[in-house]
Ligand binder design. Structure first.
Ligand SMILES: Cc1cc2nc3c(=O)[nH]c(=O)nc-3n(C[C@H](O)[C@H](O)[C@H](O)COP(=O)(O)OP(=O)(O)OC[C@H]3O[C@@H](n4cnc5c(N)ncnc54)[C@H](O)[C@@H]3O)c2cc1C
Length: 442
């Protein structure tokens, strides 16, 4: 019997670890409710995770299989489970975040059985796309071009039958109330949404993806983040449809790969600016300003609308994410880590690598080729990406759809000038990027 350890891959379709384990005999699925992750996140995100674990158990059950759930740390739970079930080996999809790597090393060391790592969380696994000299890319476009020299991976079908031994106790999946309505959980719902997007928005994605209201995008991130949907299946089905919309959408999925690759090689970006020169911006450690940003009280309609939508729904599209993040870093000069943390709590799709990468990118902290002197105009962003003002009217009715600030919290022009002056000075220093970490395994 083999164990399949599910982490951020709460699905059975396109799951190389499950498929391999099933080819070797009976299988038990296991999810460890890892306190070190769950205690540090918000109720809405825990509720979303539990709902998807429940749906995964149902996917197993419908095929005759069993998904166990245990509370604790993986390096304690898994050796016990291996001993009590007599499992020959454990299989899992590889994870690449700093905590994921540490957890996996500790768990591997704690087991007296082989732990096999499989690809499946990315189109191109972190550490596999590199320059000719073997070093990682730090700019997206050459990363993408290099990645796309290799064909997209072929997704695997869902198993039709899962044979599991029946002796082990199932284990309870907690229920937790969320402060916001949650989307429908589970891979069948994710696959339905993918199908609707492929038949609908995909064809015009390249034209409509920047709308502030998010009507031109897939909204699949909530599923991709927990691996409820396989990015490899999503990309492969989009590629089959073809056309400029599909090409553009696959390029976005490759941003996800790029961000994971960056964090894998440059873990300092969890706490420091990617290019450490930018650590020295004159940060204003002002909790009141931060509170005003969080509570949508800046007096700038596009910022306040986005923050309300984020808090109320757990999701906003990429353009408003960029606008509010850049505003916090460049106009307010508040520590980017504060904004990154609150995003991670409020976003249902909160993802360590994408969120960190998004903050570094939008804040001009050295990720990619984005120049420091690009500062969004907060009115034209709204008129361009919400021309009818309908998104603004929905999330900021008091503006009547007019993006002009009314009694803004700060003098926007002066704040912009303050940032540009400080950034100009720092830009004269040589770039300060630490050496990339060597890939630890695989
Ligand atoms: C400050 C900031 C923070 C962000 N935090 C997160 C986060 O915590 N989790 C998260 O999944 N994404 C994050 N993003 C990236 C992006 O905004 C979301 O992935 C996207 O808005 C999700 O909506 P969607 O599924 O409709 O995307 P689509 O436009 O339909 O794209 C499909 C998928 O491609 C990937 N993708 C799209 N854009 C990006 C991008 N810029 N970077 C990386 N991957 C991308 C996502 O997996 C997304 O689901 C962040 C971006 C910024 C600027």
């Amino acid at each position: 019997m083999h164990l399949v350890w599910h982490r951020g891959d709460l699905r059975i379709h396109d799951h190389p670890a499950l498929t391999t384990a099933l080819s070797r005999g009976p299988v038990l699925g296991i999810v460890v409710l890892d306190e070190s992750i769950l205690s540090g996140t918000s109720a809405r995100r825990r509720a979303w995770f539990y709902a998807n674990v429940q749906a995964l158990r149902e996917s197993y059950r419908q095929r005759g299989g069993t998904l166990l759930v245990r509370k604790g740390t993986p390096w304690n739970v898994l050796p016990e489970l291996v001993a009590s079930t007599g499992a020959e080996a454990v299989h899992a999809l590889a994870s690449y975040t700093p905590y994921g790597l540490l957890r996996d090393q500790k768990t591997e060391a704690s087991l007296h059985r082989p732990l096999y790592w499989h690809p499946g969380c990315y189109l191109y696994e972190p550490g596999t796309v590199s320059k000719d000299d073997g070093t990682p890319y730090t700019v997206y476009t050459p990363f993408r071009k290099r990645a796309q020299k290799s064909p997209l991976p072929e997704p695997l079908p869902s198993p039709t039958k899962i044979e599991s031994p029946t002796t082990a106790e199932l284990g309870t999946i907690p229920e937790e109330a969320s402060d916001i309505p949650l989307p429908d959980a589970g891979e069948s719902k994710a696959l339905e949404l993918l199908e609707r997007f492929l038949n609908g928005g995909l064809a015009h994605y390249h034209l409509e993806r920047d709308g502030l209201d998010g009507s031109g995008v897939s909204r699949l991130s909530v599923y991709l983040t927990l691996g409820v949907l396989s990015p490899r299946l999503a990309a492969s089905l989009a590629a089959k449809r073809g056309g400029p919309g599909a090409e553009s959408w696959i390029r976005e999925l490759l941003w996800r790969d790029f961000m994971a690759d960056l964090l894998y090689h440059y873990p300092h970006m969890r706490t420091e600016a990617f290019d450490r020169r930018w650590n020295d911006l004159p940060w204003q450690n002002d909790p009141e300003l931060f509170e005003a940003w969080c509570r949508a009280k800046t007096g700038i309609p596009v910022i306040d609308a986005a923050m309300r939508e984020l808090k109320t729904t757990g999701w906003i599209s990429n353009r408003p994410r960029m606008i509010v993040a850049q505003f916090l870093v460049k106009h307010l000069l508040l520590p980017w880590q504060w904004g990154e943390k609150i995003f991670k709590e409020w976003l249902l799709d909160g993802d360590t690598a994408n969120n960190l990468g998004g903050w570094h990118w939008a804040g001009g902290l050295g990720v990619d080729a984005a120049p420091y002197f690009r500062v969004f105009n907060l009115v034209t962003q709204a008129t361009k990406h919400d021309p009818e003002g309908s998104w603004l009217r929905r999330w900021h009715p008091e503006s009547g759809g007019n993006p002009e600030p009314v009694s803004p919290l700060i003098d926007i022009a002066a704040a912009r000038a303050r940032y540009l002056e400080a950034a100009k000075q720092l830009s004269r220093r040589p770039s300060d990027l630490p050496a990339p970490r060597d890939p630890l395994r695989r």
